[in-house]
Design a protein around this ligand. Structure first.
Ligand SMILES: Nc1ncnc2c1ncn2[C@@H]1O[C@H](COP(=O)(O)O)[C@@H](OP(=O)(O)O)[C@H]1O
Ligand SMILES: [Mg+2]
Ligand SMILES: [Mg+2]
Ligand SMILES: [Mg+2]
Length: 367
């Protein structure tokens, strides 16, 4: 089925400024959102174990985040040096995932590039936060209902958080974690994502995005016009060569509709945008942070493979694929754009024309 669209729906990050094209075309959005690729080739078999342990770890962290978001107190949020917020759930999620992966992998092989570190928690003023994080981590592990549920000490929690200090790079395997992407959204009670990726020789080969507040049905104005039964909480997963799957966090797989209508842009926090786009909620994602901003690999690794394995593309504004092999930062000059292969050439041309115009006139083009 094809949809004639005047302007495909697109996603924006709330914190950034952006350009948009008024592409007029007939498109089909990502056509193969769920388990679409045949899993028989050797490539499709690779990384199966890694995807399985990543999914388990992210599910565990989502449980912790949901618990915290329900009753977030001001004392559980701090401000980082860049003025962005960090909560007990960011730390708790990182500790849980780091601990869970390390348990599952052969000893001495685990390398993690993750957003948070324990500096603040080791200060006197961080003591009560550390107590709370340790409590949350242990409560979440106990909920697993394993008879041998471990009990982690504060020191083990700090150690797990600080395993995330790896520099990554182009050699070997490195896990990439954003324990809560979209912390601002999380604190508002809105969208956020737990984003875990695996790099092998600098390439993203596994990605899992837990989006505890994302409805299993489509999001946006149509959802209000024709409300349908929808549960909350999606888990997107992708392996290189094996496609992207989505299930509800509570375990039941829901069919997804793809609607083509003229819609205003949708601003939601976090890599939930990538997940929602992979299942066809929108056709375009544009991200243009302020000049000088350096993108971090954990803000894009999981989302990027989830889009690619659903049949989409993620490029920088110069038209190059994102290079995850250069350490903790992405080395790109300007923005990030994502859409399907049919729309990409026109989108890229429109974005580059807008950037040229900005360069010549010295003013930003806003939506
Ligand atoms: N001014 C800014 N411009 C672009 N990205 C920013 C930013 N300030 C923070 N970020 C990054 O953008 C992420 C949120 O993305 P989005 O805007 O798509 O919701 C943040 O992740 P965290 O919430 O994990 O810190 C942070 O890494
Ligand atoms: Mg952050
Ligand atoms: Mg982030
Ligand atoms: Mg984060």
């Amino acid at each position: 089925m094809q949809f004639a669209l005047a302007l495909p729906r697109f996603f924006l990050s709330p914190s950034s400024s952006f350009f948009a094209s008024s592409a007029s075309s007939s498109i089909s959005l990502f056509r193969r959102p769920f388990s679409a690729k045949c899993a028989t080739s050797p490539a499709a078999m690779a990384y199966e174990h890694e995807l399985s342990i990543a999914t388990k770890a992210v599910s565990l962290a989502c449980r912790l985040c949901q618990k915290v978001q329900k009753g977030l107190l001001a004392a559980e949020t701090q401000e980082k040096s860049d003025k962005s917020p960090v909560t007990v759930a960011d730390y708790g999620s990182q500790a849980l995932i780091s601990w869970a992966l390390n348990e599952e992998l052969p000893q001495g092989t685990f390398s993690l590039v993750a957003e948070e570190d324990s500096e603040e928690l080791k200060q006197d003023q961080g003591a009560s936060m550390l107590d709370r994080i340790t409590q949350l981590v242990n409560e979440t592990l106990a909920l697993e209902k394993r008879i041998d549920a471990p009990f982690l000490s504060k020191e083990q929690v700090l150690l797990a958080i600080d395993r995330g200090r790896s520099e990554g790079g182009s050699v070997g395997r490195h896990w990439v974690l954003d324990p809560i992407d979209g912390t601002r959204g999380f604190v508002r009670g809105d969208q956020y994502a737990v984003a875990l990726g695996l790099l092998d020789q600098g390439e993203v080969v596994v990605g899992v995005l837990g989006c505890p507040n994302l409805p299993t049905n489509l999001i946006g104005p149509e959802a209000l016009v024709s409300p349908t039964e929808s549960s909350i909480g999606c888990l997107f997963a992708a392996r290189k060569g094996a496609g992207t799957t989505v299930k509800s966090i509570d375990g039941s797989i829901q069919p997804q509709k793809i609607l083509g209508v003229v819609s205003p842009p949708l601003r939601i926090d976090s890599q939930a945008k990538y997940g929602a786009m992979a299942r066809g909620d929108a056709a375009i994602y544009l991200r243009f942070p302020h000049p000088g901003y350096r993108e971090k690999i954990w803000d894009h690794a999981a989302g990027c493979i989830i889009i690619k394995e659903a049949g989409g593309l993620v490029l920088d504004a110069a038209g190059n694929p994102l290079d995850f092999s250069k350490g903790r930062y992405l080395d790109i000059a300007s923005g990030i754009i994502s859409t399907n292969p049919q729309l990409m050439p026109a989108l890229l041309a429109a974005v580059q024309a807008a950037l040229q115009k900005e360069h010549h006139h010295g003013e930003r083009v806003h939506l």
